[in-house]
Design a protein around this ligand. Structure first.
Ligand SMILES: NC(=O)c1ccc[n+]([C@@H]2O[C@H](COP(=O)([O-])OP(=O)(O)OC[C@H]3O[C@@H](n4cnc5c(N)ncnc54)[C@H](O)[C@@H]3O)[C@@H](O)[C@H]2O)c1
Length: 483
């Protein structure tokens, strides 16, 4: 969950107000022309939290004509932070964006002025917000996971494709050099034959497990009804924190803590999978697993478990059939990590592994690619002699770069805007990120049903059991929310 803060030029200030500044009309016709100096008119829905750094990814190069957030306090804070970012970057204060709580109202009033929409709300609202934007023919950049239901991911992908829109998911690892290097190393034999992939994360770092709702008073700054969006109306609630669970992040579901609730989030796997499984998905040629097995701490109908072990059985494709294991959370206070690779025997290697709260190991017959964070931004190879040899091979042109590089590394929102203006495709456009999100969410079918699943991609159906299929789609949408 890193924040990509982009800094540049500097300025002369003024305070963000609630009134709109003056903007040129939308630049929809610019697509494909080499008009790098042209500015798009963009909107961020879910303006605070991750939406802040998403805004920073585009605000210095484009016009932010509106910010949308259901929490007025956070909305005004987001507008202020955006302005501060311009000032700190040596730029003038930008014209103040219009501020909205309801993205539907914003689109009704401003659709004619907008080129693209960034969606950075809690997961359950990604689908409805992005679909409203797509129906208004707006390019969309949506945070990960694209949606928290597989059927929504497919629907959104199809709609954006039919409308020929430029799309991207906010998984920054996909813009980075490291993922591409790892793929090129493996494809060009740097670790011998790929045998196994081990993935892990210390998430959840928010309350998860069998949480119990308790009635509470909604903060005056939050429009709870809008926060629920398409979910059935229910009174605002907080939750009891079970004994032994950290209360560090409080007991309200907004902000941030919605992640563990199936209705609103997608648990540790949904939260981190689109980062940590990204390189794996790309390296294995975007294959669908033959079977996923699961073990986890006790689950409830409402919340994801405190730890999970999954095994994705991958068929042969670019590589021989192999297992991808996923571990999250902690067991009795001990981080739920895989065994260290047999190639990581040095003190340096052990230290790097111990330090890594999230990470991945691509284990080959001759070596292991290790990454001690979620995005695969700077992988290394063990043992050390092999890594030295690989670097020499790269220098000598025996291992070469074959993957296209991002126009804007570490900035998926900027990359998306760049391609709206200049043509070409962002690396995590929906043709890539929709199947990646589906790959991740398949694991949650196994977790929620507490059983192995086999997937028929064509039929969008689990074939070995009926129970997991109830989790593919959202049971219902409140009137007025489905675009
Ligand atoms: N790519 C990354 O590294 C990364 C990091 C963190 C979060 N994320 C993703 O970003 C999204 C937001 O996560 P977060 O941690 O910022 O959550 P958050 O709860 O902290 O912030 C979400 C913001 O959206 C607002 N919001 C909620 N419902 C809304 C609605 N219907 N319309 C408009 N605004 C609404 C909230 O008031 C809040 O300000 C999630 O999808 C998350 O998975 C991605």
């Amino acid at each position: 969950m890193g924040l990509n803060i982009i800094s540049r030029r500097h300025f002369l200030g003024r305070t963000a107000g609630l009134a709109a500044g003056a903007f040129a009309g939308p630049n929809l016709l610019l697509r494909g022309q080499n008009t790098a100096s042209k500015k798009l008119n963009l909107v961020v829905i879910g303006a605070n939290g991750k939406g802040q750094s998403d805004t920073q990814g585009v605000t210095l190069d484009h016009n932010i004509v509106a910010l949308v957030d259901v929490d007025t306090k956070r909305l005004e804070e987001a507008a202020k932070k955006r302005e501060d970012h311009h000032l700190k970057s040596g730029m003038e204060a930008p014209p103040a964006p219009k501020l909205y709580q309801d993205f539907r109202k914003m689109l009704d009033e401003m659709a004619n002025e907008i080129d693209g929409v960034i969606v950075s709300t809690p997961d359950h609202t990604h689908y409805v917000a992005a679909m409203h934007a797509i129906k208004h023919n707006k390019h969309v950049c949506v945070q990960k996971p694209l949606c928290n239901r597989i059927s929504e991911v497919r629907d959104m992908h199809r709609a954006a494709k039919e409308a020929k829109l430029v799309t991207n998911m906010g998984n920054q690892g996909r813009t980075m050099e490291g993922q591409r290097l790892a793929k090129e190393w493996i494809e060009q034999g740097a670790i011998g034959t790929l045998k196994e992939i081990r993935l892990w994360t210390n998430r959840p770092i928010w309350p998860q497990g069998p949480l119990v709702k308790k009635a509470a008073e909604c903060p005056p700054n939050l429009d709870w009804d809008l926060w629920l969006s398409s979910e059935a109306n229910e009174p605002y609630f907080e939750f009891e924190i079970p004994e032994g669970m950290s209360a560090k992040r409080g007991n309200s579901i907004h902000p941030f803590n919605w992640r563990g609730w199936w209705q609103f989030g997608s648990g540790a796997l949904g939260d981190m999978g689109c980062h940590i499984m990204d390189a794996t998905f790309s390296i294995l040629g975007q294959l669908i697993p033959e079977q996923i097995d699961v073990t986890s701490s006790p689950i409830s109908d409402t919340c994801a478990p405190v730890w999970t072990d999954l095994v994705y059985h991958m068929p042969a494709g670019k590589h021989a059939a192999l297992k991808v294991s996923w571990k999250d959370g902690s067991k009795d206070g001990v981080p739920n990590k895989p065994e260290i690779s047999p190639h990581m025997t040095s003190e340096l290697a052990k230290k790097a592994f111990d330090k890594a709260s999230s990470g991945m190991m691509f284990i080959g017959t001759e070596g292991t690619i290790f990454e001690g964070e979620a995005y695969c931004s700077s992988p290394v190879i063990y043992n050390e002699e092999r890594y030295t040899q690989v670097r020499l091979d790269m220098k000598a042109g025996k291992i070469v770069k074959t993957e296209p590089r991002s126009a804007m590394p570490n900035n998926p929102q900027g990359e998306w805007a760049h391609h709206i203006v200049n043509g070409g495709l962002p690396a995590s456009n929906f043709d890539y990120s929709a199947p990646l999100t589906e790959f991740v969410l398949l694991g949650n079918l196994a977790v929620r049903a507490q059983q192995s699943v086999q997937w028929d991609k064509q039929a969008m159906k689990v074939t070995n059991a009926e129970a997991p299929n109830q989790y593919i789609s959202r049971p219902s949408y409140r009137d007025g929310w489905k675009a």
